[in-house]
Design a protein around this ligand. Structure first.
Ligand code: HEC
Ligand code: HEC
Ligand code: HEC
Ligand code: HEC
Length: 215
């Protein structure tokens, strides 16, 4: 209902904008005015042609941003953790897509297929500045919520305080998991900043956390 009202409100402000509830345009993930490749929004992350690769990997949605070469990010561990996260260093998981900017080792404008250059895939250049401030996660993920591990019925049973992700109406939606695994995009939607900072759902009263955790 709220969303419907928002669409009506946006629609009346600017009739040329299509009726969408949310978009990456205008968020801090819209780098179109800050960097030299102006008037393109998706291009900092995706390209319709000649993306990262080959080979193309399922977790790379036509990926255009130069991937980081960090070999190891470390892995979260604790006495109570049941999951077995794998280090994402050197991999192509969805979390690596995020870290291609957020580990601050690759310039924000470093692309595989720069639309300013006619032709196919270019040799990536380290164009532009790297990310800074709070958004700089650095190259150590050992003190962050674990990512890159399988979250399934077996893990929920083992832990005893996780929502069973399978066949359960209150389970996290299938779109939160990537090949059954928890990644950065299990909690963040890079295209939608409705729930700041780019959260995948409202976290008022920790609702997002409680979608997975029975606490
Ligand atoms: C700051 C980086 C970033 C920008 C900008 C961005 N995307 Fe994405 N996009 C991602 C990442 C990361 C994924 C994979 C994770 C996911 O699916 O949430 C993705 C996944 C997708 C997917 C496949 C999964 C799905 O959600 O359907 C499509 C389609 C897509 N993006 C389209 C777009 C379009 C169109 C734009 C421009 C209007 C855009 N993206 C801008 C980062 C970005
Ligand atoms: C092409 C580069 C790029 C990619 C890829 C990218 N981001 Fe970002 N992200 C940025 C920039 C630039 C900002 C704005 C930083 C600032 O405000 O200083 C940002 C901001 C954010 C913020 C808000 C930070 C804050 O302090 O408010 C979050 C959360 C975030 N990104 C998460 C993600 C996640 C999760 C992914 C992958 C699904 C991702 N980003 C992929 C460049 C990127
Ligand atoms: C379990 C859920 C979850 C996962 C997984 C997750 N985040 Fe977050 N992230 C959050 C929440 C909630 C916030 C806001 C609270 C805060 O500011 O710390 C946040 C904040 C951020 C910020 C803003 C800066 C900051 O520290 O506040 C960035 C950037 C970010 N996340 C990027 C990422 C990236 C990149 C990954 C994957 C390596 C990731 N997140 C994985 C839940 C998550
Ligand atoms: C998409 C599902 C999902 C979301 C959303 C999520 N988590 Fe998790 N989280 C998990 C899973 C699965 C584990 C692994 C638990 C285990 O193996 O013990 C985990 C691990 C943790 C751990 C480490 C547990 C330990 O034993 O060391 C903490 C703490 C935690 N999450 C807190 C949070 C908080 C706080 C939020 C919200 C900001 C959140 N999680 C959001 C799925 C999620």
């Amino acid at each position: 209902m709220k969303r419907a009202l928002l669409i009506i409100a946006l629609g009346s402000v600017c009739a040329s904008v299509p009726a969408m509830g949310q978009t990456v345009v205008g968020t801090s993930h819209d780098m179109s005015s800050a960097l030299p490749i102006t008037q393109r929004v998706c291009v900092f992350c995706h390209t319709p042609h000649q993306p990262e690769g080959p080979p193309q990997i399922n977790t790379d949605p036509l990926w255009n941003h130069t991937l980081s070469t960090v070999a190891s990010y470390g892995v979260y561990s604790s006495d109570t953790l049941d999951a077995v996260p794998a280090d994402i260093g050197g991999l192509n998981t969805v979390s690596n897509l995020c870290m291609s900017c957020h580990d601050a080792t690759v310039g924000l404008g470093s692309l595989y297929n720069d639309p300013n250059i006619v032709g196919g895939e270019e040799t990536p250049t380290n164009a532009g500045t790297v990310i800074s401030g709070n958004a700089n996660m650095g190259t150590d993920l050992s003190n962050d919520h674990p990512v890159n591990f399988i979250y399934d019925t077996a893990l929920a049973t083992l832990d005893g305080e996780l929502v069973d992700p399978a066949g359960n109406p209150t389970a996290p939606p299938a779109t939160w998991l990537f090949g059954g695994s928890v990644q950065c995009a299990s909690c963040h939607d890079p295209h939608d900043n409705t729930f700041t900072p780019f959260l995948i759902a409202t976290n008022v009263q920790s609702a997002m956390c409680l979608t997975c955790h029975l606490k």
